[in-house]
Design a protein. Structure first.
Length: 367
């Protein structure tokens, strides 16, 4: 990811090889330490160097913390899957975003794509970045991530932050908002006026899904785990909020829809809710899922699947285009719901809060 570039353009002081920077490292399962590491070298010709300003926490961080990596990785590993920062040096004066636009300059604010895609395979050329055939790994999960003061990244993996969007909010674009944008509009094809069930409406992606669906006039059903979250979900715009600890959500949804069901089920919980979500769909309904926090396997009724003509979409991550779309929505006023902001040294506390499910919205780690 790094390389020599004597002609790098700089504004704010870039890295100084030999000097140290802070980095948050997973050194063993469930063991994270804040360490001093050497700063990276100057960016290569196709790279920029970013000073990280904030990272967002997601369940994939929890999976990595627990040791649930989907591929081999080496520890210690710098954590952090989702980040926003400011360019401090560019390897070449003519580097531009992959989608076109003005050249990158020191001082530009950017978010970074969270996977090291190849940029050359068919999927990448078609703008389907999350289907890259030669992906080098997910940052902070398979390879070193963003929880460090400075990082060199390929310019093609960066997206400019609109002037109206803060670092805090922009940090949520690469994973939380981008994932929801891809799930709802690329996969489920959610349309204005439709009905949608959002599982775990208090999560980072759940809150984003509620807001995005309401923004186009959908009727939103959502599940939460306590009455306090129910009040907050209502305040976000959810039309019907169901406490799954006291009510069977599938029964409530069927009753409120006159036994017709909803058009779309937004799933990311897994076995605990998957079959219930299917039961909430109307004939021809669409279920889209991006997660499985309660387990990795489930069974369902194939007769029900084809008789009801359900459509089930697996969704992972997003495209760079989805990040642009997410940032545009933030600039227009559709901002993330933030639960907690913590300092870098308190990263573990934020991770504990996320794992405990007490969270309502996103947890941001500020540098």
């Amino acid at each position: 990811m790094t390389g020599a570039a004597p002609a790098a353009m700089t504004d704010e002081a870039p890295s100084s090889p030999g000097k140290s920077m802070r980095a948050l490292m997973l050194i063993a399962d469930r063991t994270i330490e804040l360490r001093d590491l050497p700063q990276p070298s100057a960016p290569a010709a196709d790279e920029v160097q970013i000073r990280i300003k904030a990272i967002g926490l997601n369940h994939i961080d929890v999976w990595g913390w627990r040791g649930m990596a989907f591929a081999k990785r080496k520890l210690p590993l710098i954590v952090g899957v989702e980040a926003a920062g400011e360019i401090v040096a560019v390897g070449s004066p003519s580097l531009t975003p992959s989608t076109g636009g003005a050249e990158f300059r020191p001082g530009d604010r950017v978010v970074a794509y969270s996977a090291l895609t190849c940029g050359t395979c068919k999927a990448c050329r078609q703008g389907r970045d999350n289907l890259c055939e030669n992906v080098g790994g997910i940052m902070g999960f398979h390879v070193d991530g963003f929880a460090r003061d400075l990082v060199n990244m390929p310019a093609r993996l960066l997206v400019p932050i609109p002037a109206a969007v803060s670092f805090r909010d922009a940090t949520c674009a690469p994973v939380a908002f981008g994932t929801v944008q891809h799930m709802l509009f690329d996969n489920a094809k959610l349309e204005p006026g439709e009905t949608i069930l959002v599982q775990a409406g208090g999560s980072g992606i759940g809150t984003a899904a509620i807001k995005m669906a309401k923004a186009i006039g959908c009727t939103v059903f959502t599940t939460v785990g306590d009455d306090d979250k129910a009040v907050k979900a209502k305040a976000l715009g959810a039309d019907h909020v169901i406490n799954y600890r006291t009510d069977r959500f599938e029964g409530v949804v069927r009753k409120l829809t006159g036994k017709k069901g909803v058009d779309v089920a937004f799933e990311h919980v897994g076995p605990d809710t998957f079959n219930g979500s299917l039961l909430c769909l109307k004939r021809g309904g669409r279920l889209v899922t991006c997660g499985s926090t309660t387990g990795q396997s489930t069974t369902f009724n194939l007769f029900q699947l084809y008789l009801q003509q359900y459509r089930i979409f697996g969704s992972f991550g997003c495209s760079i285009r989805n990040i642009h779309e997410s940032l545009d929505k933030m600039a227009a006023g559709l901002t993330p719901t933030i639960d907690t902001e913590v300092a870098l040294a308190d990263f573990a506390r934020g991770l504990d809060r996320l794992e405990s499910r007490r969270v309502f919205g996103k947890i941001i780690v500020n540098f």
